[in-house]
Design a binder for this molecule. Structure first.
Ligand code: PEP
Ligand code: MN
Length: 339
């Protein structure tokens, strides 16, 4: 961290700040010139906020030169993290992993129909929300535990893994029992009690980017999981809120590139929530793979008009199957394979 003092700063201002930082165990490396008093703070600066130093008299600027996330950073770990889902499925290596299924689990028959279709098309993981964090309390809230059990049954029947959203630390035991990947939804990306609880688990976590989260805030949320000891973290870009309203969210395709530079963690894309429009899913998926996404999570429904949530962004099984064909053509060109 670099600190620059104001021209008007006195020696006493400088010494008070240095004493404070020394007290916290930091070393000071003074690089002042005759015109400006400036120094580096050496040590584990992730534990202090540069902005907090402005509370000291005489401080003009303070900024980081290292990222505040340590365990999530590529500087700390150069090689890509591989998250093992099953004996045959790993996210973050040369496999492109496809998760597909309805937004919400609505009934056994609905889930079974969709699971059968996505499996036949080549998907690996069944998605489906049982605990739904809906914007309106008056819309379908999910089937809860019953829905989660259906996810397990149906996925086992069709040879798929399970990803589903966990909304509270109280649910950790049941999620440990029934799912293979625990999804943290966009609305819960900064739910710190939830992140801390999931940090204690060793199950893979799919951490969605918050509605208006910066890349740094997203990686800091991942840092909570890693700091707790759970290294099985998969990031998911699902679109962010911008001034644009034509699409449901704005797919931040460059975020995939940024994550690959900044972090060793795998990153997948959710083109369904990012665009909100079923006819945009195929092209957005291909673009996501092209920039290096390790996989996709896609909403599929056999009867989108009657879906209890997110019908407008759900692909019908036939369209999903066409998309899988396109992905299978693209993946080898990118040095990836779809298992
Ligand atoms: C979902 O996956 O259905 C969902 C609610 O996603 P998000 O948290 O990204 O809005
Ligand atoms: Mn949805």
């Amino acid at each position: 961290m670099i600190v620059k003092m104001k021209k008007t700063a006195t020696n006493e201002h400088y010494e008070r700040l240095v004493a404070f930082l020394n007290d916290k165990g930091f070393e000071i490396k003074d690089v002042s010139s005759e015109h400006v008093r400036i120094f580096g703070v050496i040590g584990d600066t992730a534990t202090i906020e540069p902005g907090d130093l402005l509370a000291f008299d005489g401080v003009s600027e303070a900024f980081r030169i290292q990222t505040p996330f340590k365990k999530a950073s590529r500087t700390m770990k150069a090689e890509d993290t591989l998250v093992r889902i099953s004996d045959s499925l790993t996210i973050g290596g040369d496999q492109t992993v496809i998760m597909a299924g309805p937004c919400s689990v609505e009934s056994y028959e609905q889930l079974d129909t969709i699971a059968q279709a996505v499996k036949a098309a080549g998907a690996h993981v069944l998605r489906g929300g049982a605990y739904k964090p809906r914007t309106s309390p008056y819309t379908f809230q999910g089937l809860g535990l019953e829905g989660l059990k259906m996810m397990r049954d149906v996925a086992d029947k069709h040879g798929l893994a399970v990803v589903s959203e966990i909304t509270s630390p109280d649910l950790l035991d049941v999620f440990e029992q029934y799912v293979d990947i625990m999804q943290v939804g966009a609305r819960n990306m900064q739910n710190y009690p939830l992140l801390k609880a999931l940090g204690q688990s060793r199950k893979p976590i799919l951490l969605k980017r918050g509605l208006s989260a910066t890349i740094e805030e997203w990686l800091m949320a991942a840092e909570y999981l890693l700091a707790g000891g759970n290294e099985n973290v998969i990031l998911c870009e699902r679109g962010i809120r911008t001034f644009e309203t034509y699409t449901r969210n704005t797919l931040d395709i460059a975020a995939v590139l940024a994550i690959k530079e900044l972090s060793h963690l795998p990153v997948i894309v959710d083109p369904s929530h990012a665009t909100g429009k079923w006819h945009m899913i195929e092209k957005a998926s291909l673009a996501s793979l092209a920039v290096g996404a390790d996989g996709l999570i896609i909403e599929v429904h056999h009867d989108p008009e009657r879906a209890l949530s997110d019908g407008a962004q759900s692909l019908k099984p036939e369209k999903f199957s066409v998309l899988m064909d396109s992905l299978r053509e693209l993946a080898p060109l990118l040095g990836k394979q779809i298992p």
